[in-house]
Design a protein around this ligand. Structure first.
Ligand code: G4F
Length: 325
């Protein structure tokens, strides 16, 4: 029997890589799209050879009736809930929308599944942003680290994480929480720091731009590649029992390290081009992330293939191709 998967947020970075992975594994892949006034933007990140295999439906996480309609039609075996307002800085500008889409949206989905297809397995895309500034004594965050989020986005994700655990325990539904640390790629939105830095540095190198404005250069993140992380999502739903898993590289770099690496790869001295602009600072900052993914390695057999450097090199190559044209 061909397995059916439904991906909310299929048009995002993770959705596009996950769709590719599931198609390569022989799944029938359905995606939920939120209406966008520019129709092309709805599927811009999905390569054509993948797009032709997908089955897409309009629905919105804030509209439970639309989710129910889609679930009744598809009756998926696996559901990957990736839809969210996922930009932390923007969540301070749009806190209520973020709470509705990223938090209440998950509850809408859980209720819709409970009422229409309670045996579907659900993956919930949780985030290391949920930990806030809590760090275990050994310097890592892991599944047991307390969660004290420092952004509206983080608060909404904690609600989703907790309500998923509550539904798992209350109704015996197969619901697993991923706790994913930052993950990037050439398909990352260019208002996230990695792809912003790489894109702008390449433009500076080619004489198309003079400088780049950034916010906090001292924050540290554990950056992995989205292609590796969607494999973890899939493995999480192949288990016999639902559970929660951290997915990370275990290595942390500052934003300054990131900038220095990218500019250095382009033979540029970053100190000549980087300006700090308060506009990109957050009202409250999460200072340090470094994840311990031992549980995912041991139970799922997951590992990451990309390093910080190979990931950034792939992104540099991508933007060079775009701008050298
Ligand atoms: O790339 P970022 O915007 O990612 P952030 O805030 O860590 O969130 C990402 O990772 C989370 C996992 O922990 C996800 F849940 C979330 O959805 C998203 O994918 O910022 C990374 C760091 C921050 O400390 C930020 O203050 O870079 C710093 N930064 C400095 N200058 C900047 C900039 N971030 C952005 N976006 N733009 C800047 O100009």
């Amino acid at each position: 029997m061909i397995k059916k998967a439904l991906i909310t947020g299929i048009n995002g970075q993770d959705g596009s890589y996950l769709a590719e992975l599931l198609i390569s594994k022989g799944y029938e892949v359905w995606g939920v799209l939120k209406r966008n006034s520019v129709a092309e933007n709805q599927t811009a990140r999905i390569p054509n050879d993948i797009f032709k295999h997908l089955k897409l439906e309009y629905a919105d996480m804030t509209d439970m009736s639309s989710l129910i309609k889609v679930l009744i039609k598809i009756q998926p075996d696996e559901i990957y809930n990736l839809a969210a307002q996922s930009h932390v800085r923007i969540s301070f500008d749009q806190p209520i929308y973020t709470a509705n889409a990223t938090g209440m949206g998950t509850l809408n989905l859980l209720e819709a599944v409970r009422l229409t297809c309670p045996n579907s397995k659900i993956y919930q895309a949780g985030s290391s942003e949920m930990f806030g500034n809590n760090i275990d004594k050994d310097g890592y965050q892991r599944e047991t680290t307390p969660m004290s989020p420092v952004s509206p986005y983080g608060c909404a994700k904690v609600f989703s994480h907790n309500i998923c655990t509550n539904y798992r325990n209350s109704y015996g539904m197969f619901i697993s929480n991923g706790i994913l640390f930052n993950h990037e790629s050439p398909r990352r939105g260019t208002n996230f720091v990695t792809n912003k830095v790489v894109k702008e540095a390449v433009k500076i190198k080619l004489g198309l731009s003079k400088n780049i404005k950034l916010g906090n250069l001292d924050a540290s993140r554990d950056w992995g590649h989205a292609k590796d992380y969607v494999k973890c999502m899939w493995l999480i739903l192949q288990q016999d029992k639902p559970d929660d898993f951290v997915c990370s590289t275990g290595i942390s770099h500052t934003v300054k390290d990131l900038v220095a690496y990218v500019f250095n790869e382009l033979d540029l001295d970053w100190t000549q081009y980087v300006l700090v602009d308060k506009k990109y600072m957050r009202p409250e900052e999460l200072e340090f992330l470094k994840g311990d993914c031992l549980k995912a390695k041991t139970i799922l057999g997951w590992k990451h293939d990309y390093t910080f450097e190979t990931m950034l090199n792939e992104m540099i190559t991508y933007w060079k191709k775009v701008y050298e044209k």
